[in-house]
Every structure is written in structure tokens, then in C-alpha cells.
Design a protein around this ligand. Structure first.
Ligand code: HEC
Length: 240
């Protein structure tokens, strides 16, 4: 995360972290030296590492709550969970986040299950933390075929400029569904603005699951969408 952060500041904001670009240097010649100190990078990394985690925001209206519960079951019945695996199991203390600099010095460490952090945090149960990611982190082709508007015109996982790169791609990593209820738009291209539209846009490897959704009655369809809407990430600082 430290490396990603330092890259992003350089690419997007034209600000160079001293620990990478050198102290008392002005490598981009904008007249400013020491644009980001190691301590500032420490703080930005820790801020990101401790951002709110996803949770289910359940409806308070009893009828709608029942629909949300039914919808979660339908998510499994329709086999959506074959790709959108509900939980990622962390063990071996992998919920402790450690931040190292380029020289391998430990800059900071935080237990992400700590109750001292803001908002709800996942708990350790029998040595495991179950993170509700709803992804298998694998590549799948969920497009209608070569003419699909959901294909990527460029294949980002190949060498830029190569034939494969320009051939485009229909394979996408199953996105995590945490936060899907309050973080539209959907798909890699942001082409789908509602959860129903995103669900209906599944084809290819997911066409059977999509058809199960489409062939179910309207109450079941609504229940599934209500369930997806419960998967939210709240703003940092929200007190539950
Ligand atoms: C074969 C694997 C697979 C199955 C089965 C599957 N999905 Fe997906 N899902 C994906 C992939 C891959 C994407 C991203 C496609 C893209 O970005 O172009 C996606 C995207 C989504 C999104 C949008 C998420 C976002 O942030 O962009 C939602 C919502 C979703 N799926 C719900 C469902 C539901 C509901 C079902 C069952 C009816 C289902 N999925 C079945 C692989 C799958």
C-alpha cells in the first residue's frame, strides 16, 4: 500500500515522496523540494488501512428485512456465490496490517479487528477472520461474446502495444460485492447504473445464474436486489 500510495502521488498529483525520489531534491523541477515526508506517507497509509469495512445494513421495516433474508438465500440458490464467494477467510494473524518502507523498516502496524478503530470491525472466531468480500478473485468471461459492449477494448493484463493488448479482453476479476449497495456505478466500465441492470448484464460463464434470476418471479427478483442493497460500506467515523 505504501508503494501504491507513493506511485499515485507521483502520477496523479505530481508530488514526489522524499523516501523514493531523494531528500532536498526537486526531481520534477516545480520549485518544491521534500514534497512528502516519510511521516506524511505513514499517516496516509494508516488512514487507508483503517478505512471502514463493509457490513450488512439491514432494513428496519420487518417486511423488507424478511425480503433481504430471503434474497441472501436466493443469491446462493441462483449460484451467484460460485463466483461471488461470500467470505474470504484470513488466518495466521493476517488481519494485522504492517507497513514497511523500501529499506524494510517497519513504519507502522495495526490490528484491523481492534475495537479502538472507528466503526464495526470483523471479529476473530477460532483463529479466523471472515471478510465478507463476495469474490473468488478469479477471472471470468461474463460477456455476451465478441460484440459485447462489456468487453474491454484493450487487454490490460498483457504487454501494452502488443497484438494481445489491442485484441481486447472479455475476462474480468469477479468484483467484490462489499459496498455494492451504496457504490454505483457497476462493472469495470461503469456502464450499469443499477443493481438490477448489473445483474441482468451477466452472460457468458454467468448466463445460467442470470437466467435463474430472470426466470424467478418478481418477488424473488426484488428480494435478491434488496439483499444486494444491504451490502454497504459506511463513511469513516460513523458510530454504530
Ligand atoms: C461466472 C462468475 C459470476 C457469476 C456466476 C456471477 N457473477 Fe456477478 N460479476 C462477475 C464479474 C466478472 C463481474 C464484473 C464484470 C465486469 O466488470 O465487466 C460481476 C459483477 C457483478 C456486479 C457488479 C459489481 C460491481 O461493483 O461492478 C453485481 C451486482 C453482481 N455481479 C451480482 C451478481 C449476481 C446477483 C449474480 C447471480 C445472479 C452474479 N453476480 C453471478 C462474475 C460473476
Amino acid at each position: 500500500m505504501r508503494e501504491f500510495t507513493i506511485n499515485a502521488f507521483d502520477f496523479h498529483l505530481g508530488m514526489q515522496a522524499s523516501e523514493r525520489f531523494g531528500f532536498n531534491q526537486d526531481t520534477d523541477r516545480d520549485g518544491v523540494q521534500n514534497e512528502l515526508s516519510p511521516e506524511q506517507i505513514d499517516n496516509i497509509v494508516m488512514y487507508q488501512a483503517t478505512l471502514s469495512v463493509p457490513e450488512k445494513i439491514l432494513p428496519t421495516e420487518p417486511d423488507i428485512l424478511q425480503q433481504a433474508i430471503a434474497g441472501e438465500k436466493l443469491f446462493a440458490d441462483f449460484k451467484c456465490n460460485e463466483c461471488h464467494r461470500p467470505y474470504l477467510a484470513l488466518n495466521n494473524n493476517n488481519w494485522v496490517f504492517s507497513d514497511y518502507d523500501y529499506e524494510g523498516n517497519l513504519r507502522g502496524e495495526v490490528d484491523l479487528t481492534s475495537s479502538l478503530l472507528l466503526g464495526k470491525r470483523p471479529k476473530v472466531v477460532d483463529g479466523t477472520v471472515s471478510v465478507p468480500v463476495y469474490s473468488d478473485f478469479k477471472l471470468h468471461d461474463t460477456t455476451e461474446g465478441v460484440d459485447s459492449q462489456d468487453r474491454d477494448a484493450l487487454s490490460m493484463r498483457t504487454i501494452p502495444g502488443s497484438d494481445e493488448f489491442f485484441a481486447g479482453s472479455s475476462h474480468f476479476v469477479t468484483p467484490r460485492l462489499w459496498g455494492v449497495g451504496n457504490q454505483p456505478p457497476y462493472f469495470h466500465n461503469g456502464r450499469h447504473t443499477s443493481l438490477r441492470e448489473a445483474t441482468e448484464a451477466h452472460a457468458g460463464e454467468a448466463h445460467k445464474m442470470r437466467d435463474s434470476f430472470l426466470e424467478s418471479d418478481s418477488a424473488d427478483q426484488e428480494a435478491l436486489i434488496i439483499f444486494l442493497n444491504t451490502l454497504q460500506v459506511q463513511q469513516p467515523g460513523r458510530v454504530n
